[in-house]
Design a protein around this ligand. Structure first.
Ligand code: ZN
Length: 275
């Protein structure tokens, strides 16, 4: 449910984005429906979908789900159930925002700039760490389940959070205004405008060289991140992703400098027991 609400807090689509998305749909199996104009797509392909259906291709090549999610959200529920080769193919669009498909005689490139959201259980039975029901899996079964997701794939995730059991009593209470989609969208819009004004692109699109210019950390912050990198065995890619995430948290906080508190929050959002 959380994943499907993400499009409601993303900034409104620009004319250019609307045109791109409409063009992709118009050459896909789905065709373009004018009622979807200007609406960010939300795609939730099933893990049993074929590889061409997900990433694109086929004998008469068409864009796949990852391109239909262009400018919107791609939600992969039950992530470990997706074939590993499909997840590995996703690494290219996650880096370049495009997907190239080679078929016998032709080479095709489709846009695929999507917000990837994925969900998985902590273990095959789903109850590891739950305070009300015991997990029935062996450590070996848990390890095998988690190993279905490769390290390089996890490396490309900006935020990893555990979502505990929902308290239904809390759900029934009224939503505070600062948790409404309209309010959040406004915050997202402002943070994004800050980024464009400062560096011309969103934080997610900063190059490695630009990270050092725009995501500068204090001396104590650098020490903190170095320590975390060592303790959590972070790759250079993850290190940079945390810096960009801290920059975004500072932008949401309307701050020019990344404080150690912003950085600590970013590290926390990237911290996960993964072995
Ligand atoms: Zn379990």
């Amino acid at each position: 449910m959380l994943a499907s609400r993400i499009p409601t807090i993303l900034p409104q689509m620009t004319e250019q984005e609307s045109l791109e998305t409409a063009s992709i749909y118009s050459i896909s199996h789905h065709g373009f429906d004018v009622r979807t104009w200007g609406k960010r797509p939300f795609r939730q392909p099933h893990h049993s979908s074929s590889s061409p259906a997900l990433v694109g291709g086929g004998s008469n090549p068409k864009p796949g789900e990852i391109s239909l999610a262009h400018n919107g959200v791609l939600f992969l529920d039950e992530l470990p159930e997706f074939p590993r080769h499909v997840l590995e193919v996703l690494r290219e669009p996650l880096e370049n925002n495009t997907i190239s498909i080679s078929r016998a005689a032709r080479q095709m490139e489709y846009p695929a700039n999507f917000q990837l959201i994925a969900a998985m259980n902590p273990c095959p039975c789903g109850f590891l760490g739950d305070d009300q029901k015991p997990c029935v899996d062996s450590p070996d079964q848990v390890a095998r389940y988690r190993n279905k997701i490769s390290g390089p794939f996890i490396d490309r995730m900006d935020i990893i959070v555990e979502v505990p059991r929902i308290d239904h009593k809390q759900l029934a209470e009224e939503t505070p205004p600062e948790q409404s989609s309209a309010y959040m969208r406004e915050q997202v819009k402002k943070a994004r405008e800050r980024q464009i004004k400062r560096q011309g692109v969103a934080n997610a699109s900063l190059s490695t060289a630009d990270i050092n210019t725009y995501c500068m950390l204090s001396e104590s912050g650098t020490a903190m991140l170095n320590q975390a990198a060592q303790a959590l065995n972070l790759s250079m890619r993850s290190y940079h992703r945390i810096q960009k995430l801290a920059r975004t948290i500072a932008d949401l906080d309307n701050c020019e400098q990344i404080s150690d508190i912003h950085l600590a929050e970013a590290i926390q959002l990237r911290r996960v027991e993964w072995s």
